[in-house]
Design a protein around this ligand. Structure first.
Ligand SMILES: *Cc1c(COP(=O)(O)O)cnc(C)c1O
Length: 235
């Protein structure tokens, strides 16, 4: 599959990100992560060809063969749920955005110790308490931030958050602001937690205004995902 519109789309997205940084006033650098889920390895190549060096996948089973097949040295990001008994799969990724429970944190910690190098993770925070989403409630972040200081097998690099589908602008801002506050808590506990992974195709400009340092974009780059793949499109 070809992505003839990708260069123009990336150029526009980069402009919009720059404008949102200026409006938001946080002065941050923003990493654009191309989400290639449901697309083949050609999407990875196409992203690389337009200067994108970070690629996101939400399912380990889909990602691992793609990582093997890719012939360009992108950084791979795991952005979807990881089962505790698959913690070893974290070895294939630069950053696990989706550390969404204390038990997964323990499993990743154990894996990091076993391999002799800490695993870089983001704490997934469920800011507005959606029942359908995993992650820490904001009020539980301080205690977990303290607990994680004792887990040498993981290195907490920041926070990941997702806004509810079809959220109003007010709810988007509440979500992203809450994620930023959680990052402050992690940093105060001593974690090197500079990253804020938030913003998808429908809400990345607001996320960047609110301080996002990583945006995870699929649809706006590659077009809508095939209907047959919709079953896990929002995993
Ligand atoms: C699919 C997915 C994205 C990208 O979604 P788009 O709306 O297509 O940009 C971002 N983050 C996560 C966690 C995803 O699963």
């Amino acid at each position: 599959m070809h992505f003839p519109e990708l260069p123009d789309r990336v150029a526009e997205v980069r402009q919009r990100i720059a404008a949102a940084v200026a409006r938001g006033g946080h002065g941050q650098r923003v990493t654009l992560i191309a989400v290639t889920k449901t697309f083949g390895v050609e999407a990875v190549q196409a992203a690389w060809d337009v200067g994108i060096h970070d690629v996101g996948e939400n399912r380990v089973q889909e990602a691992l063969p793609k990582i093997d097949a890719a012939s360009v040295p992108v950084r791979w990001h795991l952005i979807g749920h990881l089962q505790r008994n698959k913690a070893r799969a974290a070895d294939s990724f630069e950053l696990v955005h989706s550390m969404d429970s204390a038990r997964l944190a323990d499993a990743l910690h154990a894996r990091g110790l076993a391999r002799g190098r800490a695993i870089d993770v983001l704490l997934q925070v469920n800011v507005v308490g959606e029942a359908s989403k995993a992650g820490w409630a904001p009020e539980s972040v301080p205690a977990e931030a303290e607990r994680l200081t004792g887990l040498a097998g993981v290195r907490v690099r920041g926070v990941m958050a997702m806004a509810p589908l079809d959220a109003s602008e007010a709810v988007l801002r509440t979500t992203f602001h809450g994620a930023r506050a959680a990052r402050t808590v992690l940093e105060a506990a001593g974690h090197p937690a500079a990253e804020l992974s938030m913003g998808m195709s429908s809400d990345y400009e607001i996320a960047v205004e609110e301080g996002a340092t990583m945006v995870r974009l699929g649809t706006v780059l590659f077009g809508s995902r095939a209907a047959t793949a919709a079953g896990h499109a929002h995993d």
